[in-house]
Design a binder for this molecule. Sequence first.
Ligand SMILES: Cc1ncc(COP(=O)(O)O)c(C=O)c1O
Length: 364
Amino acid sequence: LKFEPFALERWLAKPRYDCDINLSTSVIKQFRYNELLSEIPEIPIRIGPTNGYESLREVVSTLYSTVDKNEILITHGAAEANFLLLNYLVDPGDECILLVPNYMQFFGILRGIGAKVNLTYLDSTEGYKPNIEEIKLLTSKKTKVIILTNPNNPTGAKLTEDELKAICDIAEENDAYVIGDEVLSGLEFEGRKSPSVVDIYEKGVSTRSVSKLGLSGLRVGWIAAHDKNIIKGCWAIKDYTSLGSSSITQYIAEIALNRVDIIIKRDQEILRNNVKILMEWVENNKNLISCTSPKAGSTALIQFKFNIDSVEFCRKLIKEQKVVVSPGDYFGAPRSFRILFGTDENILREGLERIGIFLKKLKK
Ligand SMILES: Cc1ncc(COP(=O)(O)O)c(C=O)c1O
C-alpha cells in the first residue's frame, strides 16, 4: 500500500511557533489525569488481551442498544479503527461512496488500497442534508461500502434518523456495508442524538473513540459490528499495526466511560455556550462569510465569499493575524475553513476578533 499525504494531519502537525491562537484542531478542552483518577492505579503496564479488556468492551457496548461485548474490538483511537476496517472490507478496484465534507482519512486509505471512491456532497444550503437520490444513483451491486461521519466533522451537522435509515436502505438493497464514523457521538448539544448505524442496520459498522470527549491522549477507540467476521478480521490485521492498547489507557478509558454522562455534560455546556459566540460573530460578518450553525461537536465550517484558495486564505491569516484555522479543501470543501469553537472562551473571542480584522482587510 502506498498512501498519499493526509493533508489535514500534515497541516495540524506543523509547529505553529509563529501563531498566538490555534483554532485549527477539533480538540475540546482536555481532561487532566487527576480529574478522573485520585490515585495511581496498581496495575501492570502491559498490553493485555489484544482485542481489548473484556470489562472495557462491556462498557463500550452499553453505548449502543443492540451490541454486546463480543461485537467490539478495541483499537488505537478511531484512526486505527477506520484503517483496519477499510483494509478488511475493501479490495483494490472496489467501489465505495463517501459523503463529503468529511474527515478525509477515509479518502486517503481508500486511494491507498486502490478502490474507486465516489463522492457525494452534503448540501451546505440545506443544513448539510444528504442527497438521497444521488446516493441511490451512485450505489450498485458493485458498491462495497457507503461511508459517513455522523455527527459530521468539520460541519457539526447531524443526519436525521430518517436520512440515516434511507442511506442504510439503499445499502441493504445492494448488499453493501455502511460505516458510520461516530467519534462526535454524545457531543450533540442541540436536538436529539442520532442513532448509530450499527443499531439500525445489520451491515452497519460504527467506529468511535474517547478522543473527542477531551481524552484524545488515551488513544482508545473501537469498532462495533454485528458481523463477527469483521471483528475477527480487523483483529487479525491489528496484529500488524498496534498489537493492542496499553493496559493503563484502557483502564482510564473504562473509568471515563463509566461516567460518560458527566463528561458529556461538561463538554456540551462548553459547546452550547461557545456556539452562541461563534454564530453572533458570523451574523456580524455576514456580508463576508456564512455558516450553518453546528449542532454537535466542537468545530464549524465557515464559507467565505472571496475568490481565494482555502489553503492560501489560511496561510495569509497566519501571517497577518497569527491565528491558525484549517483549510476547507482538506475536508473536500473549497472556499471555506474549519474553526474550533469548543475551546477556552477568551481564546475563541480573541481569535474571532482577529479573523474579523483579516476578513475586512481582504475585502478591500
Ligand atoms: C471524524 C474523525 N474520525 C476519526 C478521527 C481520529 O480520531 P482518534 O483520535 O480517535 O484516532 C478524527 C480525529 O480528528 C476525526 O475527526
